[in-house]
Design a protein around this ligand. Structure first.
Ligand SMILES: NC(=O)c1ccc[n+]([C@@H]2O[C@H](COP(=O)([O-])OP(=O)(O)OC[C@H]3O[C@@H](n4cnc5c(N)ncnc54)[C@H](O)[C@@H]3O)[C@@H](O)[C@H]2O)c1
Ligand SMILES: O=C(O)[C@H](O)COP(=O)(O)O
Length: 386
């Protein structure tokens, strides 16, 4: 029986994939597997038995990835599963920043009880006049699952789109419309674009990438959209830029105590992935990946361990070992098995940064004593026998 814990509500279509071999538990202390959306796990004690965490979504900045890797806990996310949901809201964000729809709606509410509301509307509407996005320049920073969809959709609406991503993957490059101008530096986007949207993960090198220096390079009256993470923007610098009119409007899906009431900000309550379709897609992908790992040792879409297709289970046992990526580990693993005269029928070893993963198939049973011997090898972080 595998105990799992959902730290956030996870769509039923995903959770229903768990069979009778899985049991939902009340506390994370009892869990071998965790499903999570945006709940922060940074302050959490991670139980010794925890083997995997699946983030039903893209951003993993709420999970202590290194701490997990160090404990042999594999962290998964669901790349692309909510990208369309976010893209559609970004397109709405472009419109909301261009046409004063929010101001107009609020104004209609304030005069709704006036018997002359229809006349007042026609008289007063000019104060909410906007501009069209057709022909305007949009810069997309980060051409991953979301950035590519946003770039292509904006291009379809007649915008001139510039894209920047120093790590652009082949898959995403294939999906990018040929009309998008791929630029080699962020500065080209800053100097050129009327609208700038960021779709990068929150990492040490992207934190506060929108700040007074980068905004100084932008056109006067630029519109900035942030559907990625609040900490990508320096809020104090944004406030000053909005006051000066350097930035015309800041659309954020991540309001915080500083930006929620800031003038010039359109604040959306983190709704990018909050659609039935995205929630279902993420839940199904997260649960499938978690189950596959628990049942076969295969790792797909991990962010802290290497991906590894372990293949079908052997007739005997499968030993999976999460360990440090240091020399001499395989010799030690095979040494323990050969000293017990155990034949290896298949062996896979993969690494990612400081961590590695080894799968060893044997055609017989494995005693607890041998499992213990492997666990005791220096650099071994977790051992499972399936
Ligand atoms: N608003 C929401 O509800 C919502 C939903 C999903 C994702 N997100 C956020 O959006 C981010 C992007 O999501 P995604 O699904 O497109 O992820 P993704 O991993 O598919 O794409 C991220 C892209 O950013 C690029 N990148 C990394 N560092 C960069 C840098 N310094 N400069 C330029 N590009 C850089 C990567 O190469 C990658 O192509 C997530 O990390 C998450 O924080 C928000
Ligand atoms: O990174 C993500 O996938 C989004 O920010 C969605 O977060 P949520 O699952 O809490 O809506």
């Amino acid at each position: 029986m595998v105990n799992y814990k959902c730290l956030n509500p996870i769509a039923a279509v995903g959770v229903n994939l768990f069979t009778d071999d899985y049991k939902q538990v009340d506390s994370v202390e009892e869990a071998e597997a965790v499903l999570v959306r945006s709940a922060s796990m940074h302050e959490m004690d991670l139980p010794a038995d925890l083997k995997a965490i699946a983030r039903a979504g893209a951003g993993v900045n709420n999970i202590p990835l290194d701490k997990c890797a160090e404990k042999g806990i594999v962290v998964f996310n669901t790349p692309g599963a909510n990208a369309n949901g976010v893209k559609e809201l970004v397109m709405a964000g472009l419109m909301l920043a261009s046409r004063n729809v929010v101001g107009g709606i609020n104004w209609v509410q304030s005069i709704k009880d006036d018997p002359d509301v229809a006349k007042l509307v026609e008289k007063g509407k000019s104060q909410f006049a906007g501009r069209e996005i057709l022909g305007k320049k949009l810069g997309v920073i980060g051409l991953g699952a979301i950035g590519v969809l946003v770039a292509n959709a904006a291009n379809g609406l007649g915008m001139e789109v510039y894209g920047y991503d120093p790590y652009l993957s082949l898959e995403h490059a294939w999906n990018l419309s040929r009309d998008i101008k791929y630029v080699k530096t962020k500065e080209e986007i800053y100097h050129t674009c009327d609208y700038i949207t960021v779709h990068v993960p929150l990492l040490p090198d992207t934190k506060e990438m929108i700040n007074k220096d980068t905004m100084a390079m932008m056109k006067d009256g630029v519109v900035i959209l942030n559907f990625a993470r609040d900490l990508l923007v320096n809020d104090n610098d944004m406030e000053a830029a909005l006051k000066r009119g350097k930035v015309k409007c800041y659309v954020t899906d991540f309001p915080n105590e500083k930006t929620a009431g800031m003038e010039g900000v359109i604040a959306i309550p983190h709704l990018g992935a909050s659609t039935e379709e995205s929630e279902d897609n993420c839940a199904v992908m997260a649960v499938k990946q978690l189950k596959q790992y628990m049942e076969t040792g295969t790792i797909k879409n991990s962010v802290n361990y290497p991906n590894c297709d372990a293949g079908a289970l052997p007739s005997g046992k499968r030993i999976t070992i999460n360990h440090k990526n240091i020399p001499n580990m395989l010799t030690q693993f095979t040494g323990v098995l050969s000293s017990e005269n155990i034949n290896i029928s298949n062996l896979i070893n993969k690494s990612k940064g400081d961590y590695a993963y080894t799968v060893i198939d044997i055609e017989e049973e494995l005693s607890a004593a041998i499992e213990e011997k492997i666990s005791e090898i220096e650099g071994v972080l977790k051992v499972r026998v399936i």
